[in-house]
Ligand binder design. Structure first.
Ligand code: AP5
Ligand code: MG
Length: 218
């Protein structure tokens, strides 16, 4: 199964993708996580990406598309994958179509995660992430058992640089301008499966699974 998970910053793409990747043995490709790993490793890609991410802007398509193409060619993607945070522009979506049609394949469904902006701002303000394994927590909704220590691996839990309120505003604006049009793009192809993540994330997962079932994918 080849899936895209689409939604505003902080809507729960990572949270939902983590559950789905385990349940359906999918590779989880988060472009944000790949950029953050490059920033941490101080690579040329990381240094360039950081200048955009810190302002809540998109990293240019030229860098992002080739990075995803390389990732999709890795062996673990053969079993199926979930793309989290890509595509984010119509140009990226068209490039993805082209990459996949070269392999005589395509995306099976696009999971559209819906959450109100005010809820997003509250969640992102409380989000903490493990620097070692990437697990996501929230000081208000899903705290770690021991303060600032990951429940899963014991790594240090930190707040992302781009989770400051003013950067979150910029990220939301970028989302509405560049990424929201993709919902219509994929709706026209009949690929959208919606998940409402305003309440418990299990409700959202259940809705997504119903949608995948209706499409005969699971
Ligand atoms: P990226 O890392 O993709 O960030 P994002 O899209 O802004 O999304 P987030 O990771 O912040 O949120 P999420 O939807 O994964 O939510 P989460 O599950 O963590 O990208 C970062 C940056 O990289 C971009 O701004 C851009 O600059 C660049 N970039 C990345 N991809 C790019 C591309 N393709 N092109 C160009 N640039 C690109 O949940 C959020 C919080 O809510 C967590 O604390 C979680 O525990 C909590 N939560 C989740 N669900 C619930 C619930 N139901 N109830 C209560 N709390 C919940
Ligand atoms: Mg994420």
């Amino acid at each position: 199964m080849k899936l895209i998970i689409l939604g505003a910053p902080g809507s729960g793409k990572g949270t939902s993708a983590t559950v789905l990747r385990e349940e359906f043995s999918l590779a989880h490709i988060s472009t944000g996580d790949i950029f953050r790993a490059n920033i941490k490793g101080n690579t040329p890609l990381g240094i360039e990406a950081k200048s955009y991410i810190d302002k809540g802007q998109l990293v240019p398509d030229s860098l992002t598309i080739s990075m995803v193409e390389d990732r999709l060619n890795q062996d673990d993607c053969a079993k199926g994958y979930i793309l989290d945070g890509f595509p984010r522009t119509i140009a990226q979506a068209e490039a993805l179509d082209e990459m996949l049609s070269k392999k005589n394949t395509g995306i099976d469904a696009v999971l559209s995660i819906v959450v109100d902006d005010e809820e997003i701002k509250a969640r992102v303000a409380g989000r903490r992430v493990c620097e070692k394994c990437g697990a996501s927590y929230n000081v208000n909704f899903k705290p770690t058992k021991v303060e600032n220590v990951c429940d899963l691996c014991g790594g240090k839990v930190y707040q992302r640089d781009d989770d400051k309120p003013e950067t979150v505003e910029a990220r939301l604006k970028t989302y509405y301008k560049n990424t929201q049009p993709l919902i219509d793009f994929y709706d026209k192809k009949g690929l959208i499966v919606e998940g409402d993540n305003n309440k418990d994330s299990q409700i959202c997962i259940d809705q997504i699974k119903e949608g995948l079932k209706a499409k005969g994918l699971i």
